[in-house]
Design a protein around this ligand. Structure first.
Ligand code: MN
Length: 153
């Protein structure tokens, strides 16, 4: 289960995204006004942010940049959802700091797969940080336990 913040001004899309995420066992929270998104993210502390690009007030691209610059939120993966997806758009979205984007109208399968992949990638990043600890290198090689196979209870 992951906490996922959705920033989207379209009520039907919010319903669709929330239903999809809940069906996959996640805990979604939606913000319709992007001006409230940073405060909501700080409070909710999401594992993933899904943001529309075409938003009134603060655009999705600006919001992505704000999240990337935020002390508390900079490490949170971001998935953008956009009605336009030329190669140039994708470049701008990734350049702003989103890891992935899905174009509207969304494919339910692609949406769910992209969410899963981003959550998996970010949990692997955390694991990688632990593996980098030199103390753990010993466990990677053939150790004295290899032949014995004695397991601790
Ligand atoms: Mn919109």
């Amino acid at each position: 289960m992951a906490k996922i913040l959705i920033v989207e001004d379209n009520a039907l899309n919010i319903k669709l995204f929330c239903d999809l995420l809940a069906a996959h066992g996640h805990e979604p929270e939606a913000v319709t006004d992007s001006r409230n998104a940073i405060d909501a993210a700080r409070q909710f502390s999401p594992d993933l942010v899904i943001t529309d690009i075409q938003l009134p007030h603060v655009s999705g691209l600006d919001l992505i940049r704000m999240i990337r610059k935020d002390e508390d939120l900079s490490g949170v993966p971001i998935m953008a959802v956009t009605a336009y997806s030329t190669a140039e758009d994708e470049e701008r979205i990734r350049g702003a700091g989103a890891q992935a984007y899905v174009s509207k109208p969304i494919s339910v399968v692609r949406f769910a797969e992209t969410v899963d992949q981003l959550l998996k990638d970010s949990s692997q990043d955390e694991t990688a940080a632990v593996v980098d600890d030199p103390a753990n290198d010993v466990a990677d090689g053939p150790g004295p336990d290899e032949a014995g196979g004695e397991e601790e209870a």
